[in-house]
Design a binder for this molecule. Structure first.
Ligand code: SF4
Ligand code: SF4
Ligand code: FES
Length: 245
């Protein structure tokens, strides 16, 4: 049985905007993205919302629902009470382009700052050999759909715009961790790059990024903490310090 639900949707651009109230029909099995499409079809045809797969796999439809970072296509209407007002706003950490669509180019800038995987020069394609445990470790990180919800929720950049210069955010620290732990990567000290170039020290392991990841990647426990341990081992281990001296 369908019902009418109340929505507050942020509408505006980089210059400013406001929350607008709507009432829309909700049917069994629908997700928040379905309702936004209904609003486009019936009440506001110029409402901007980014989406692609409607299956939780393309990472396009990231926004905030009742203040929480979510994929709009994976947020079921059945998780809200029928008399609840549902507020949909763009991701707060990135500049708004229009309505629910943000400019996420910060993330692509940070992605380019991570040097690519460097296999040993004497190995050709098809000659890579790895333990299954190492394959499994990389595979967890490679489930990332680049929705940037972890970046959106991380307080280091969410509330402090100037930190974007020095901090790459959980998604890209995880990429550095993946390469640092890769047994065939020959790049110079990735852990030191994480500390110096990507601002690993600003992460205080609050685990908020892990909580919002739609792929349930253990970003903090399996990437950020091991990376911090490697930095500490290399920089502060007294034997290594003596050796460096
Ligand atoms: S654990 Fe670190 S990277 Fe993740 S949200 Fe907290 S401060 Fe940000
Ligand atoms: S790590 Fe998770 S939350 Fe972050 S971009 Fe990838 S899929 Fe999204
Ligand atoms: S539309 Fe692809 S993840 Fe939501």
């Amino acid at each position: 049985m369908g019902y009418q639900a109340r929505f507050r949707v942020w509408r505006g651009s980089a210059e400013g905007g406001e929350l607008r109230d709507f009432t829309a029909e909700v049917n069994e099995g629908e997700v928040v993205l379905d309702i936004l499409h209904r609003l486009q079809a019936t009440q506001c045809p110029d409402l901007a919302v980014r989406w692609n797969c409607k299956a939780g796999k393309c990472g396009s439809c990231s926004a905030e629902v009742n203040g929480r970072p979510k994929l709009l296509c994976m947020t079921r209407m059945s998780t809200f009470a029928e008399d609840e007002t549902i507020t949909v706003t763009p991701m707060r950490t990135f500049p708004v382009l229009k309505d629910l669509v943000c400019d996420v180019s910060y993330n692509y800038v940070k992605a380019r700052e991570v040097p690519a995987f460097q296999p040993p020069a004497d190995l050709g394609p098809g000659e890579y050999r790895m333990q299954q445990v190492d394959v499994a470790r990389s595979q967890e990180f490679r489930k990332c759909i680049e929705c940037f919800l972890c970046q959106d929720t991380c307080h280091v950049i969410r509330d402090h715009e100037p930190n974007k210069e020095s901090f790459s955010g959980p998604r890209f620290l995880m990429r550095v961790a993946e390469l640092e732990m890769h047994p065939l990567d020959t790049a110079e000290d990735r852990a030191e790059q994480a500390r110096g170039d990507h601002g690993l020290g600003q992460c205080n392991i609050t685990r908020c990024c892990t909580e919002v990841c739609p792929e349930h990647i253990q970003i903090t426990d399996n990437a950020l903490i091991p990376l911090k341990e490697r930095v500490a081992d290399r920089r502060y281990d007294p034997l290594r310090w003596l050796f460096r001296r």
